[in-house]
Design a protein around this ligand. Structure first.
Ligand code: G6P
Length: 491
C-alpha cells in the first residue's frame, strides 16, 4: 500500500483472475452464504487488493452470485468491510467446459506440472480459451477509468490476455504472474499453440514466476520457439520491439494471517479437533489440507502413513492422520479417479491397521473455511505438504503462520517451490513412501527445543517475506518502468 501511494500516485489497479475471492451460494432452506474458495491465488491476492483498493475482474461461479451484483455486475467486497469492487463475468456452460475445464485444466495444468498426467489439447477448448480471454480483455478496457492502469493478470487461465490488453491499452502496465511452475522447453513444446501462448504472455510489461528456475525455463522456451531477443543480464525478452521483464517473485501470505484472529489457544484447538474427529486423549495428530488435486501427492502420503505404522508399530492406536481435502474440478475424469483411489486407499489402510475405536486415517472431503483450516493446523503435531510438483505452495506457509506457539513440524516436498525457502522443514521426496514415513516418525519424536528452533526460523522468514513484500516488489518494478517510459516520452 505504501509502495502504491508513494511510487504510483493516482495509479488505477485492476486484477484479472479466473477464480473470484468471494463466492455467493444459495443454501438449503433459503438464504445465501459466502465462501472463500480454496485457492493459493486468492489467498495471496486478496489481502493485497484489500489494502490498495481497485477492481477485481473474475468469473462469477456461485449459485447466488447473480443475485448479489448491481446492474453493472459489480459487488463491493469484502462483504463485512468493503474496500474494492468485484466485477463478475458470466460464462456459458460451453465456455466454462472449453476454457476452464478443457484448455486450462486438462491442457495447461498437467502440461506445467510434472505429475505424469497426460495433457489433453482439443481444438474446441482452445477456441473457447481464446474467446474467454477476449471477453476478459474487453472487461479490462471497459472497467479501466484511465488509459494507463496497472493490470495484474493472474495465472494460466489468461496467457493470451496480456497481448490482447496491450493492443487496446498500449500504455497500460501489465504485470502477469504465473502461479504454477513453467516446464522446460521440451515439455512445453507438446502444446500445439505454444507460439501463441508465448506471444500472449510477452504482451506483459513484467512477467513473474515463483523461482529463478521457472524464469530460466521460460527463457529457454521463448528462445526455442519464437524469434525474440533475450537479455539474460536484464532478465528480459523482447518480441516485436516490446520488452518484457521476466523476474522471480516468490509468493507468500499475509502476516499476520486474518484467519489467526479469534483462534483459541493451541491446547484448546487440539481438544476441539480431538472431540470433532473422535480421537482419544493421547492420540497424536498429523494433518494434510488442500484441494483434492493429483499434483498434491495425497495418495502418496497415505502410503507413507501405512509405511509408518508398519515400520513403527509403536504408533498403532496412538497416531491419526487427518486429511482435509476440498473437492475441486470434479468434472474432470483424472480428479474423480484420484478421489476414488484416495477413498479406497484410506479404507484399506484403516481396515489393515485400525481397531473399532481407532482409525489411522480420517478423510474429510468437503470445503473447510479458513478458521477451520487454522484450527487443524494448530491442533497438529505435524503438517504434510507432499506435492509432486508445485509452484510455491502456500499451505506450507500458512501452517507456519498458524503456529504462534512455535511448535509443530512441517514435512515438506522437495518439489514444492516453498522448499527453497522453508529449509527448516523436514524436506522429503514424496515419491518415496519410506522417506516420508521416516520424516513423520522424526516429526513425532522431535524434541520440543528442536521444533521451536526450526519453527522460529521459518516464522521469521514468512513474517518478513510476506505477501505485501511480494506485491510491493512487483509494484516497485512497475513504478520504475512507468518512470522510465515517462522519460522516454519527454525525449
Ligand atoms: C491453483 C491455481 C489457481 C487456482 C487454484 C484453485 O492455486 O494456481 O489459479 O485458483 O489452484 O483452483 P480452481 O480451479 O478451483 O480455481
Amino acid at each position: 500500500q505504501r509502495a502504491l501511494g508513494a511510487e504510483l500516485p493516482g495509479a488505477e489497479v485492476l486484477v484479472v483472475s479466473n477464480r473470484e475471492p468471494y463466492i455467493h451460494n444459495h443454501i438449503e432452506g433459503g438464504g445465501i452464504n459466502v465462501q472463500i474458495p480454496a485457492s493459493g491465488l486468492v489467498s495471496a491476492i486478496e489481502p493485497v487488493i484489500r489494502a490498495c483498493g481497485g477492481t477485481w475482474i473474475a468469473h462469477g461461479s456461485g449459485s447466488a452470485d447473480r443475485d448479489t451484483v448491481d446492474a453493472a455486475d459489480r459487488i463491493a467486497v469484502p462483504p463485512d468491510a468493503p474496500s474494492y469492487a468485484l466485477r463478475r463475468i458470466w460464462l456459458t456452460e460451453e465456455q466454462q467446459d472449453g476454457y476452464y475445464y478443457g484448455f486450462s485444466n486438462e491442457g495447461m495444468w498437467p502440461l506445467c506440472h510434472i505429475a505424469f498426467v497426460r495433457p489433453a489439447f482439443r481444438e474446441s477448448d482452445w477456441r473457447y480459451y481464446r474467446e474467454v480471454n477476449e471477453m476478459f480483455a474487453d472487461a479490462v478496457v471497459r472497467e479501466a477509468k484511465t488509459r494507463d492502469p496497472i493490470v495484474l493478470v493472474q495465472d494460466y487461465h489468461f496467457a493470451l490476455l496480456p497481448r490482447m490488453v496491450r493492443k487496446r491499452l498500449p500504455k497500460a502496465t501489465i504485470v502477469t504472474f504465473w502461479h504454477i511452475p513453467w516446464p522446460n522447453a521440451e515439455t512445453f513444446g507438446i502444446c500445439p499453440w505454444k507460439e501463441e501462448i508465448i506471444d500472449g504472455l510477452l504482451g506483459s510489461s513484467i512477467l513473474g514466476f515463483h523461482t529463478d528456475f521457472h524464469c530460466n525455463n521460460f527463457f529457454e522456451t521463448v528462445d526455442r520457439f519464437v524469434e525474440s531477443r533475450i537479455d539474460r543480464e536484464r532478465r528480459s525478452a523482447t518480441l516485436g520491439g516490446h520488452e518484457t521483464l521476466v523476474r522471480p517473485y516468490p509468493i507468500s501470505i499475509e502476516w499476520p494471517p486474518s484467519a489467526l484472529a479469534g483462534q483459541k489457544p493451541v491446547p484448546a484447538c487440539g481438544a476441539a479437533v480431538r472431540s470433532r474427529f473422535g480421537l482419544g486423549e493421547g492420540v497424536r495428530i498429523g494433518v494434510g489440507i488442500e484441494r483434492f488435486d493429483y499434483t498434491k501427492g495425497i495418495v502418496d502420503r497415505m502410503h507413507a502413513v501405512d509405511a509408518l505404522l508398519q515400520n513403527h508399530p509403536e504408533w498403532l492406536g496412538r497416531f491419526t492422520f487427518i486429511q482435509a481435502a476440498a473437492p475441486t474440478r470434479s468434472k474432470i475424469a483424472s480428479y474423480r479417479a484420484l478421489q476414488d483411489e484416495a477413498v479406497a486407499l484410506a479404507d484399506e489402510i484403516n481396515a489393515r491397521h485400525g481397531t473399532p475405536d481407532w482409525r489411522p486415517i480420517v478423510l474429510s472431503i468437503r470445503h473447510h473455511d479458513p478458521a477451520e483450516v487454522f484450527e487443524l493446523f494448530r491442533a497438529a503435531d505435524f503438517c504434510v505438504v507432499s506435492s509432486l510438483h508445485d509452484g510455491m505452495n502456500l499451505v506450507a506457509k500458512e501452517f507456519v503462520a498458524a503456529r504462534d506457539d512455535e511448535r509443530g513440524v512441517l514435512v515438506l516436498s522437495t518439489f514444492a517451490g516453498a522448499s527453497r525457502e522453508l529449509v527448516e522443514g523436514l524436506i522429503v521426496n514424496p515419491y518415496y513412501a519410506y522417506d516420508m514415513a521416516d520424516a513423520m516418525n522424526r516429526a513425532l519424536t522431535m524434541p520440543v527445543a528442536e521444533q521451536e528452533a526450526r519453527m522460529r526460523q521459518m516464522r521469521a522468514l514468512v513474517r518478513t517475506r510476506n505477501v505485501y513484500r511480494w506485491a510491493g516488489q512487483m509494484l516497485l518494478d512497475a513504478a520504475q518502468l512507468r518512470r522510465r517510459e515517462a522519460i522516454e516520452t519527454l525525449a
